[in-house]
Design a protein around this ligand. Structure first.
Ligand SMILES: [Zn+2]
Length: 215
């Protein structure tokens, strides 16, 4: 995908997460790996996602130095860059504060295998990264540790991070995660849910690894 098209896709993605109620206002951030030059296209710090324009985006190197753009990158840039470093299979990262994931985040409760799609699309039970201050190196480390080889992680008392081989996959993962979190919260009001049988977990996990080229 050409650089300008990619910028447009990131701007559209910012609008998409707002319109779907997956993010609000100044929170959240999106990045994409630029494989042709080893750099990263990122949303800037301090602007509302809904009104973002292509020219507001910034390009940074693997240390977060701004190579292109007028603004500083998102204050969470370390979290994005640390995920890319740990996961060569990842081409895009989305961080947002969806409502139901935020409920699990406040409870520091992992997302259990309640639905097939949690395993097939997210890679397994979604863990909670230990709390650390937003933007800190410690949070970046905690996120990578709890993410493992999956495509989603819950950030304690904060929100969600999802990733994928491209931006569409990372956005899909965010939608699946929030829907599953909603099911989890609703289940907790009605009793204890039945979890997937272990044999289904095993087969679906293999499907996930195969699809992502990780097996
Ligand atoms: Zn955040």
């Amino acid at each position: 995908m050409k650089h300008l098209e990619l910028r447009e896709r990131v701007v559209e993605a910012c609008k998409f997460i707002e319109e779907k109620g997956l993010n609000w206002g100044f929170s959240g951030n999106i990045s994409v790996r630029l494989p042709e030059n080893g750099l990263y296209l990122m949303t800037p710090s301090g602007l509302r996602k809904s009104g973002l324009r292509q020219e507001d985006l910034v390009v940074v190197d693997e240390l977060g130095n701004v190579i292109e753009g007028e603004r500083p990158p998102t204050s969470e840039y370390l979290m994005h860059l640390t995920v890319y470093k740990a996961r060569p299979d990842v081409g895009a990262v989305v961080h947002a504060h969806p409502l139901y994931v935020s409920v699990l985040a406040a409870l520091r409760r992992r997302l259990e295998p309640l639905l097939d799609e949690i395993i097939v699309y997210l890679g397994g039970e979604v863990e909670v990264a230990e709390y650390a201050l937003p933007g800190s190196e410690e949070l970046a480390r905690n996120v990578v540790k709890a993410l493992g080889d999956r495509c989603a992680v819950i950030l304690a008392n904060h929100g969600a991070l999802t990733c994928g081989s491209d931006l569409d996959e990372a956005l899909d993962a965010l939608v699946y995660l929030e829907r599953a979190a909603m099911v989890s919260v609703l289940c907790s009001l009605m009793g204890r849910p039945n979890l997937l049988p272990p044999e289904a977990l095993e087969i679906e996990r293999q499907l996930y690894l195969l699809r992502r080229g990780l097996s």
